[in-house]
Design a binder for this molecule. Structure first.
Ligand code: IMP
Ligand code: MG
Length: 179
């Protein structure tokens, strides 16, 4: 069992690189089947999703697709609805495109909820979400439940495989749970 001590936290390995690869394979196979004959546009949510996205798009070899990136930051406002800040806005038109949002983890769902509304407003033909991780107990925005999920997780904080703690540990090849 690999252990990581970062800042004041203690992390233990939860998903090995082999388990992650199997999760990615499962998601990729479902996407390949669902989008057969289509030309989807993957919208990767930076920063965290870059590792998952790199594996996922190379696991859908039979799919003709495009990949673009967006960087967002979510804040809670005073009401229950939040506000999404586009740090790196979408560089590509999504009008009439079948969009697959790629996320590292869906937690409250605020980010995905807002991003979906944004993409819908820009005329996307369809929008689905592929997320490496999903925390169902934390979900506050029903429409943010991912269509493709690598692994469900309870409420714990995780790092590795693109997920960070204060910007660090994205490079770890396994996913670690806080103890
Ligand atoms: P949401 O908008 O509440 O769904 O939050 C999603 C974002 O919060 C993700 O894209 C991550 O950047 C971050 N996040 C949520 N849970 C974790 C975690 O366990 N580890 C690292 N980042 C997390
Ligand atoms: Mg993220």
């Amino acid at each position: 069992m690999r252990i990581i001590d970062d800042q004041d936290y203690h992390f233990e390995e939860w998903l090995t690189p082999e388990q992650i690869a199997a999760d990615v394979r499962q998601v990729a196979d479902r996407i390949s089947a669902d989008y057969r004959g289509m030309e989807p546009l993957f919208v990767v949510v930076l920063n965290g999703a870059f590792v998952f996205a790199a594996d996922l798009i190379r696991a859908v070899q039979d799919l003709r697709c495009e990949v673009t990136f967006i960087r967002v930051s979510s804040y809670y406002g005073m009401a229950s609805t939040g506000r999404l800040e586009f740090i790196v806005p979408l560089q590509q038109t999504v009008e009439n495109r079948d969009v697959i949002i790629v996320e590292d983890v869906v937690d409250t769902g605020l980010t995905i909820h807002q991003l979906k509304a944004h993409l819908r407003g820009m005329g996307a033909a369809s929008i689905r979400v592929a997320s490496m991780l999903f925390k169902p107990n934390k979900l506050e925005f029903g429409d943010a439940k991912p269509d493709y999920i690598g692994h469900e997780i309870t409420d714990e904080f995780v790092i590795g495989y693109g997920l960070d703690i204060d910007g660090f540990d994205r490079n770890l090849d396994a996913i670690y749970k806080v103890k």
